[in-house]
Design a protein around this ligand. Structure first.
Ligand SMILES: Nc1ncnc2c1ncn2[C@@H]1O[C@H](COP(=O)(O)OP(=O)(O)OP(=O)(O)O)[C@@H](O)[C@H]1O
Ligand SMILES: [Mg+2]
Length: 294
């Protein structure tokens, strides 16, 4: 068993045979290093070829996992790469048990960029929080809404939730949270949003400055607060309390309690559905390709 991060804590995970087989087909002879297992059944490994050849990242998503489709993510990466720093797509495909995305490791001046969730960036939490906020602003400023064909407004998300049994929080839940998920606040500023703008999806360079974003499978035009609300909460969860004002200052926006509360509640409603429908995480002893539910 190798050790791989799920959230903050390293968790033992066994790379399933289907991922080894895929890795050896895509990058023959590469060493497979598990990097990240998501909450819904997906696994990302780094392929290290050695020598002058650089590393790549292989994300594998088993059939039925409630994660964005790697093919949809590849489309978004290819489009966004003209405007903002994101990984270069090397390969993407679908197999009998799942889908995958292979991207080139992001480098800055020849040195690998690393996720802002890594311990060394958590140890410099205030600085890293500002880098995450500045990176999000760069993403929003860099991508043009007029040529973006991807849409992820609150209305489309609410419609998707409504299509799932008990996807929308019940009236009783609404009373508890005081948020009507099916009544979004007016749009502050429509931008191309990342869709999952968390600490772990932000890469920093060796100096701790923003380098790139990964994991853009939910990219689409939406109110900028749908990202900002998620980013600030992720910084609190990953780095600790008290840093949200730094993220907002680095982004360059005043706090907006109403939109922040709304977009967090919308995220939580979607998360509840994802957790209900996730497949057994890969690498668990009971893992079988394509197994649904829990
Ligand atoms: N091209 C790349 N260059 C550098 N690091 C990468 C690259 N692709 C992925 N990573 C690393 O692998 C991790 C997992 O990749 P990714 O975020 O795409 O997976 P995920 O399972 O969709 O994540 P999540 O749990 O956020 O849904 C990233 O957080 C990042 O640390
Ligand atoms: Mg991610």
């Amino acid at each position: 068993m190798s050790s791989v991060s799920v959230g903050i804590g390293p968790t033992p995970v066994e790379v399933p045979p289907v991922v080894y087989a895929l890795a050896s087909r895509l990058w023959s002879g590469a060493t497979v290093v598990p990097v990240w297992r998501n909450e819904y059944g997906g696994l990302t490994v780094r392929l290290e070829a050695g020598g002058a050849c650089r590393s790549s990242y292989l994300k594998w998503v088993p059939d039925g996992a409630p994660c964005p489709d790697p093919l949809a993510e590849a489309d978004r990466l290819v489009w966004a790469a003209s405007f903002v720093p994101v990984p270069r797509v090397l390969d993407v495909g679908r197999g009998p048990h799942g889908s995958w995305l292979l991207t080139a490791a992001v480098e800055v001046r020849g040195t690998p960029a690393t996720s802002a969730i890594e311990p060394r960036w958590r140890a410099l939490a205030a600085r890293s929080a500002m880098a995450v906020g500045a990176g999000l602003r760069r993403f929003h400023d860099g991508l043009p809404t007029d040529t973006c064909t991807f849409v992820r407004t609150a209305q489309t998300r609410v419609a998707a939730l409504s299509a799932v049994p008990t996807g929308l929080p019940s009236t009783a839940d609404r009373t508890t949270t005081a948020v009507a998920v099916d009544a979004p606040p007016p749009v502050d500023r429509a931008v191309v949003c990342h869709g999952d703008a968390t600490v772990s999806n932000t890469l920093l360079d060796q100096a701790g400055q923003f380098a790139a974003h990964v994991d853009v499978g939910d990219l689409g035009v939406a109110d900028r607060w749908s990202d900002i609300a998620v980013t600030t909460r992720s910084v609190t969860r990953r780095y600790g309390p008290g840093l949200e004002p730094l993220v907002l200052a680095a982004y360059g926006v005043a706090p907006d309690h109403e939109r922040t509360t709304y977009y967090r509640a919308l995220w939580d409603a979607e998360e509840a559905v994802r957790i209900r429908t996730r497949v057994t995480p890969v690498g668990e002893p009971t893992w079988r390709a394509g197994r649904r539910g829990r």
